[in-house]
Design a binder for this molecule. Sequence first.
Ligand code: OXD
Ligand code: MN
Length: 584
Amino acid sequence: MEQTSNKTLSEWVRSTAELTKPDHIHWCDGSKEEYNFLVQKLEASGDFTKLNPKTYPGCYLYRSNPNDVARTEHLTFICSRNKDDAGPLNYWMAPDEAREKANGILQGAMKGRTMYVIPYAMGPIDSPLTRCGVQLTDSSYVAVNMMIMTRAGTKALRRIEREGSFVKGTHTLADLNPERRYIMHFPEELAIISVGSGYGGNALLGKKCHALRIASPQAHTEGWLAEHMLIIGIETPEKETFFVTGAFPSGCGKTNLAMILPPEKFKGYKIWTLGDDIAWLHLREDGRLWAINPENGFFGIAPGTSQKSNPSALDMSKKNSIFTNVGLTKEKEPWWEGLSKTPPEGMIDWQGRPYDPKNGPVAHANSRFTVPLSNCPTYSKLADDPRGVPISAILFGGRRRSLAPLVTEANDWAHGVWLGATAGSETTAAMTGKVGIPRYDPMAMRPFCGYNMADYWSHWLSFASKSTKLPKIYRVNWFRQDDNGHFMWPGFGDNLRVLKWIIDRCKGCAAAESTPIGLLPKPEDINTDGLDIGPDTMKKLLSFSREEWLREMGDIETFFEPFGSRIPHTLLEEHKKIKESLSK
Ligand code: OXD
Ligand code: MN
């Protein structure tokens, strides 16, 4: 039955159904009743286990296929017409070849299943910065997750009908065969095809596929930025709020930082949470960069989330949440490594087996919670403001055991882009493959930039000529280790100590010292009141080694090489300046 006045949409739904042959088609209206209906269906089929209704009301556990537990970067393709437009950091497939491959898998793939038609808005429903999409999927798990993660349903459909344009996302579980798993993006056609995976970033197409890989080239064309960034507001005791975005690679604590609780000595400070993963940034008439969070929920990593690291996340996931691939206690509560010291008696592991340490951890290292944004105790209503929030500072981070000081301020915008472009990190369990492997992850966008990263850097650099009121840029590294392999910085809530220096810098009331790699605080500029951390450690945390950095400059040159002449001249000039200053 045709449910929309948009002819492109109804024709696409019709032709996809003809190809994939679902038994039913369900147009999602996004209502509570519909969500409950889908949850009941998942419970009846045994896919969802209801958690303890007293302690976890409205919460469910889902176990994915053990071969389908993380994003698969090696199966993720940018299918631009021109290979060079995808750039050296993306896997590329010619659009015709990709469509042919996908069609072979889509053929009859939804037989025996329902195809859900999910219209969704990325961003507040009435924001001019919002973009819409429609996902077709044969997974009820994906449908309920999309309902939490995006503003899905009739309102989004009406907006699509008014505007006419939308991103087309086709998703099928098919036979979950890793050999026939492809996550394909067609930036020139605003289309996504994802087959053979039901997992998070591969399957919830509004998230990485739309809001980053399709939106980043779209933002390039239209003059804005689609970024892998959290958004927070830092309220000071004087009741001023500074908004900050932060790009950190997957699994580096963005969700924790998005909802930190200030240390005891920081009376009167408050962190407001607007988003933990994605920010869309636009320059407004006032010359400032404003950010919206296109998402409406959290898809956070469970292991390591604890009373110490993130009490707010524990709190917010205690109602109306979906847990994926965590353990299950006798009391029907979720459990993961880090939640308490040892697994409680009678634990069932993430694969549904009685827990046996021989089988590995209780929860998969990339197990997740899906939680509505508004559940967060530090949620800011401004997350729903159609204008977004004005950004004072941008953080670029990574997981580096040495080299990068705790915090470095960029001398100016171009230097800040260099700091972002050369950020490195160690791989985590958020993607399949080995963990702990160092790699450059520019602006934490390596797996998510839908076009040539060199053009992306040029786009970033272009903002310098458009405004004099751009945010200050910082590189941060919470993960520096001493010679014995211990973390030197306590992290978590204590990161506010670094954020305080940053906002004091934005206000113009904190000192910094100019060095070849950027502006650094002196140890006494960071408030360590109440912290068990000696002046020597602070000194080390804020130090850099010329030798190490000169080696790093060489590694960066090797990393830049495959971009050839497409790499922006300004970035190379910046690199040369820093290298010269390090050699003096
Ligand atoms: C995520 C990721 O799920 O970055 O946010 O992998
Ligand atoms: Mn992410």
